[in-house]
Design a protein around this ligand. Sequence first.
Ligand code: EPZ
Length: 419
Amino acid sequence: MEKLEIIGRKKLSGTISISGSKNATLPILAATILTNKKILIKNIPIVRDVETMVALLNTIGSTVKLNKKKKTIEILNKKKLKTLAPYSLVKTMRAGVLVLGPLLAKYGSAKVSLPGGCSIGSRPIDLHLNALKKMGAKINVKNGYIIASAKNGLKGSLIKFPKISVGATQNILIASCFSKGKTKIRNCASEPEVQDLIYFLRKLGCKIYQIGKRSLDVEGIVNLKPCVHKVIFDRIEAGTYIIAAALTNGRLKIKNIDPKIISTEINLLNKMKVKIIRKKNYIIVTSAKKIGAIKVDTRPYPGFPTDLQAQIMVLMTQSEDISTIRENIFENRFMHVSELRRMGANIEVVGNRAKIYGGRQLNGAELMATDLRASVSLVLAGLAAKEKTVINRIYHLDRGYEQIEKKLSACGASIRRLK
Ligand code: EPZ
């Protein structure tokens, strides 16, 4: 099993180019099920989850060409697709469930593996299923599969989500574009990745009207257009490298981003005394001599993202005082804490709250990665720690960070992959 070895306390300096967003690419790929026209998607991050979604689309009969060098995907659905999304692919990536809405809307039936448990929480899909039922689908769950049908197609409806969900918003949004009549979607997620999906769907010709901050009206259509789309930057990758610069007392230019989209994160890091100069499509991060303590609550966008919670916690261990985190999105997202403690961090956890005592020197250790963001937090801790850190099970990291060792070592980090 591959490992990462990091020798810490090297100042980072240089430029890091941010990749396209994994979490924007996945729903866009799922949405291509709706069309038989030629689609070209640019700025694709070459990470495992994207490869899994490409494999899933190929399995159901789509012609998907991933050009790793150009970072593009070309799609042309020449024939009717199969409507079975097998366990072998959905089990490794929960976003596989995003093919349910489009398959059902286009073909009137779908059999999609239930995604199963997840290390960060139970992650149910009731919001997806209840909304599809409201749109006329018959849904049974049997032998680990969601078996859904809508013989006469899905019909427009009023969908009021009882809770904000990124995936359910995306699944229902895609399905409603191909449903009969008008769908009103309320209490939607407004993450930039949902916004990027809306831009993509509009390029296909879909009629989506943004009524308010969390309200969308969609008029179903059947004739879609070919399109070219460039995926939005990965805001979580950008946030991760800002924290890397701050932790190593370095200076990084972080480019190919839109600072406005990450203003919550930038403002919060400013409060921690991290200096960030904002330009149109890049920022320059120089860290403070002393990191300030802070209180963070994870919230749906435009709140502070849960996907950056583990990373900010590492920075908090290096602050002058006591910081706190309240994780409001997932019930079990503190798995990195026990590994950070093994490096010398002093962190108390009660329920969904963590209290981080700053001013502790981190020391290198042998660690185990658990999920994607927990894994990258250990990389950050390793960059700040004295001596050597070895991180096991880094396949989690490869699901969502493109060429992380290459990007960091080009800026002076001592990091290498051990096979
Ligand atoms: C997306 O997951 C992201 N994944 C996650 O990123 C991210 O952490 C999450 O949104 C929150 O921002 C992708 O975009 C592929 P949710 P998603 O539905 O859509 C509950 C990463 O590291 N819920 O917004 O699955 C759920 O349990 C990943 O890149 C229900 O109760 O998240 C959670 O508490 C991890 N019923 C909350 O809603 C449902 O039917 C928000 O989850 C659906 C969700």
